[in-house]
Design a protein around this ligand. Structure first.
Ligand code: GRF
Length: 202
């Protein structure tokens, strides 16, 4: 299976996928990353892709007159690589109807909180501020909401009294990277069905 991964930052989730595929082999894992896309230049996620010899693309909102035009351009850029599955790994933009029309049902996102708690761009900060005693990460299919699509898997991470946002986020990412690698591999190898809010992996 062909994966296109979208990033906006350090790309450690992308790196976890690349490392796992390199270690287990494309056949055994069931998928390979064929391209990496971003919404901005100069991020470590793109550097990781380049070091792995992968094609990259950058689709910036400000290069397009409207949000819908950006959404359509992003969909085109992704489609050019003929993905079976698109993975948002720290991609910090909300896609629109064109993208979802083309990739809905095969577009997964990883979020650093236990959805439906703490959706949005500051899930770690919000959980900490709320005083949650456990939080975690969620891998889900993307729908037309913000972090509201059908949940595939979750991992729980305890919150420690001495945590600040970055310490907690780092601890979440350790769980998140393993969860994402596991989920993407199973989706690719086994196939899956989405039944309402339930995801059934064969
Ligand atoms: C991940 O925790 C992701 O859930 C969140 O931002 C982080 C991205 O980390 N949206 P990286 O870019 O994969 O290192």
């Amino acid at each position: 299976k062909r994966l296109v991964v979208l990033v906006s930052g350090s790309g450690t989730n992308l790196q976890a996928l690349l490392d796992e595929i390199a270690a287990t082999g494309v056949e055994a894992y069931g998928a390979e990353v064929v391209a990496v896309g971003a919404d901005r230049e100069g991020i470590e996620g793109l550097a990781r892709a380049e070091r792995a010899g992968l094609p990259t693309f950058v689709t910036k909102v400000k290069d397009y007159g409207t949000r819908d035009a950006w959404d359509a351009a992003l969909a085109e850029a992704v489609a050019a690589h003929e993905p079976d599955l698109v993975v948002s790994a720290g991609f910090m933009k909300i896609v629109g109807k064109e993208f979802l029309a083309r990739f809905g049902g095969r577009f997964v996102n990883t979020h650093p909180a236990l959805l439906p708690s703490f959706p949005g761009a500051h899930g770690v900060r919000d959980a900490l501020a709320y005083g949650a005693r456990v939080t975690g990460c969620t891998v889900h299919f993307v729908d037309d909401g913000v972090d509201t699509g059908p949940i595939i898997a979750q991992g729980v991470v305890e919150v420690r009294d001495e945590d600040d946002e970055s310490a907690l986020h780092e601890r979440i990412k350790e769980v998140e990277r393993r969860l994402l690698v596991d989920v993407v591999g199973r989706l690719a190898r086994n196939g899956y069905r989405i039944e309402g809010r339930k995801v059934v992996i064969q």
